[in-house]
Design a protein around this ligand. Structure first.
Ligand code: ATP
Ligand code: MG
Length: 563
């Protein structure tokens, strides 16, 4: 395509969408067919979300389709739990594979037949070397490999051995089937790669039917070809596998010849996106499970209360490029905050309560006051909140000996209680240990609703609060980054774990209406951040997770101050 005719790149368009656009324009493909090919050996993380948004997004935008294909070629590591979680997570992210749920295992018989064809054509052989011998003969980036002593076996012997491998006659690791390409190739992937290994293991779908399983490299491209994938999108580390991907397609009677394109994987500061490490975090009990809200998994984000659109927006803002880079985790938080600021209703909660008694407020049932649900969205309306003689304020909002710039509560100081009244601190009550346990205050009845009194008196601070009678106890969980360093050392990740990644506040008080907050619908606790009920929250024990703070408190957190 000449520069004059190449389509203008639209905003938000990337090099892969450019290729798809050109392929449609040139008539090469009427519509793209893509696939997301997870291996079910762990839960999906936000790196996978990038691949999901790209593959499903392209299918949607260009009127094509996207398959969900499980790359289930290694039953030693794969489990039904992972298969189920992956489907749920892709759906939750907002994508639908329709009829096109596939498995590499659907093609095991075809892949096997093609392997026999490779043998018959002199393109594959059974190697009896041990894994160590094979590794030693592979060579290095600068030295060629050495041919296997079994490389020139005759077709009949190869076929016989391969069939007996399939029949389960040999123990694990005794033999492999290898492609016969070039042990001196500059590309190590072409040095007679393994196509099949012996593995006596039950498979979630094929049970014990197979004693041999295909390698990723052998299964992947052929699965693409069988499904008629047009654009096989993968991350950069597969660029060196592309010649092998094409070698198989060129040497087998496949029904189509997909093309592979590579893009940069997503990396995020303070975050590990390696399934191996995430698995170890779970198995080692460093987190409460795959859906622990500190995990960068889709399940973790969901449990934390992050809406799927925030993840899609974040992925969109990162873009798709050919060069690797690391995205600042604050960009992810900003995307979450942007959605929640727009959508989350405002409520009041006190994380670390300090009792405040209003001495001149009448004893009795108290009163109902109006509180608005969203300052920027009048259609969200208002609600009634209870006010009474005893309320709770945030312990951090009081200081007995405040520094000059501290405008909140201190002895003699007047502040506004949001939606309620002006109150003045008259007395501080302490326990035997000298700890402040209660504030005695007075209020000005002429400031009802939090309004300025007739004398025009001003205050310098507005505090959130809940009334003792109109609030419920709750446990609140605050999350900080799981790792201390911006680029965690994945070889020794345990040493890099942030000991303050989870802070549990057992004695919080929340507005009574929050008892029926819906899971997955975050609310803003005024002045505190966005919070969402945990999966384990029940009416008897309310538990809320902090989804994200109000501002970027990240730098402060990392400097050792608890947010
Ligand atoms: P492994 O293969 O080591 O288990 P993986 O993260 O590659 O880990 P897969 O299940 O093979 O796991 O990944 C499915 C798809 O998601 C692949 O196409 C892969 O390239 C893509 N993917 C994985 N991690 C990222 C990432 N950080 N950014 C973008 N895409 C990713
Ligand atoms: Mg992979």
């Amino acid at each position: 395509m000449t520069p004059e005719t190449s389509p203008v790149r639209e905003a938000g368009q990337d090099f892969i969408r450019d290729i798809v656009t050109e392929d449609i324009a040139s008539g090469r493909h009427p519509a793209p067919v893509t696939r997301f090919p997870p291996e079910p050996n762990g839960y999906l993380h936000i790196g996978h979300a990038k691949s999901i948004c790209l593959n499903f997004g392209i299918a949607q935008e260009f009127g094509g389709r996207c398959h969900l294909r499980f790359d289930d070629t290694n039953p030693a590591k794969e489990e039904q739990e992972y298969i189920d979680s992956i489907k749920a997570d892709v759906n939750w992210l907002g994508f639908d594979w329709g009829e096109h749920l596939h498995h590499a295992s659907d093609y095991f018989e075809q892949l096997y037949d093609w392997a026999e064809k490779l043998i018959r054509d002199g393109n594959a052989y059974v190697d009896d070397q041990s894994p160590d011998e094979m590794r030693a003969a592979r060579g290095t980036l600068t030295e060629p490999g050495r041919n296997s002593p079994f490389r020139d076996r005759g077709v009949d012997e190869n076929l016989d051995l391969f069939r007996r491998m399939r029949a389960g006659e040999f123990p694990n690791g005794a033999r492999v089937l290898r492609a016969r390409i070039d042990m001196a190739s500059g590309n190590i992937n072409l040095r007679d790669p393994v196509l099949y290994r012996i593995l006596h293991a039950a498979h979630p779908r094929t049970g014990t039917a197979w004693s041999i399983y295909p390698s990723y490299d052998y299964a992947h491209g052929q699965s693409d070809a069988i499904e008629g994938i047009t654009h096989s999108l993968c991350t950069l580390e597969f660029a060196d596998h592309q010649p092998l991907y094409n070698w198989f397609l060129d040497n087998l009677p496949v029904p189509s010849h997909p093309r592979q394109f590579e893009f940069a994987r997503l990396n995020i500061t303070y975050t590990v996106l390696s399934k191996r490490v995430l698995t170890e975090l779970v198995r080692g009990g460093h987190v409460a499970g795959w859906d622990d809200p500190r995990m960068p998994t889709i399940a973790g984000f969901r449990r934390r209360g992050v809406p799927p659109v925030a993840i899609r927006d974040f992925i969109k803002s990162v873009g798709v490029a050919r060069a690797n880079s690391v995205v600042d985790v604050s960009m992810l938080d900003a995307a979450i905050r942007e959605i929640l600021n727009k959508d989350a209703p405002r409520r009041m909660a006190v994380l670390r309560p300090l009792k405040l008694v209003i001495e001149n407020y009448p004893e009795g049932p108290g009163e109902e006051l109006d509180a608005i649900n969203h300052p920027e969205d009048p259609s969200a309306g208002s609600r009634k909140i209870h006010f009474g003689r005893e309320i709770f304020v945030e312990r951090d909002d009081f200081m007995e000996d405040p520094p000059k710039k501290f405008y909140r509560l201190s002895p003699g100081k007047e502040v506004r209680l949001r939606y309620a009244y002006f109150v003045t601190c008259r007395e501080v009550v302490k326990d035997a240990a000298g700890e402040v346990v209660e504030l005695r205050c007075t209020y000005d009845p002429e400031t009802r609703g939090g309004n300025t009194p007739p004398d025009g008196r001003k205050v310098q601070a507005t505090l959130h609060w809940v009334s003792a009678a109109g609030s419920l106890p709750a446990e609140i969980r605050l999350y900080n980054p799981l790792f201390k360093s911006a680029s965690p050392d994945t070889s020794n990740f345990a040493a890099d774990l942030n000991p303050d990644s989870l802070e549990v506040l057992a004695g919080a008080r929340i507005e009574a209406a929050l008892a029926d907050a819906k899971h997955g619908a975050a609310v803003q606790f005024e002045r505190l951040g966005y919070f969402s009920p945990d999966d384990a929250s029940t009416p008897d024990k309310l538990v809320f997770n902090r989804t994200v703070g109000l501002r970027d408190a990240f730098a402060k957190t990392m400097a050792g101050t608890k947010a």
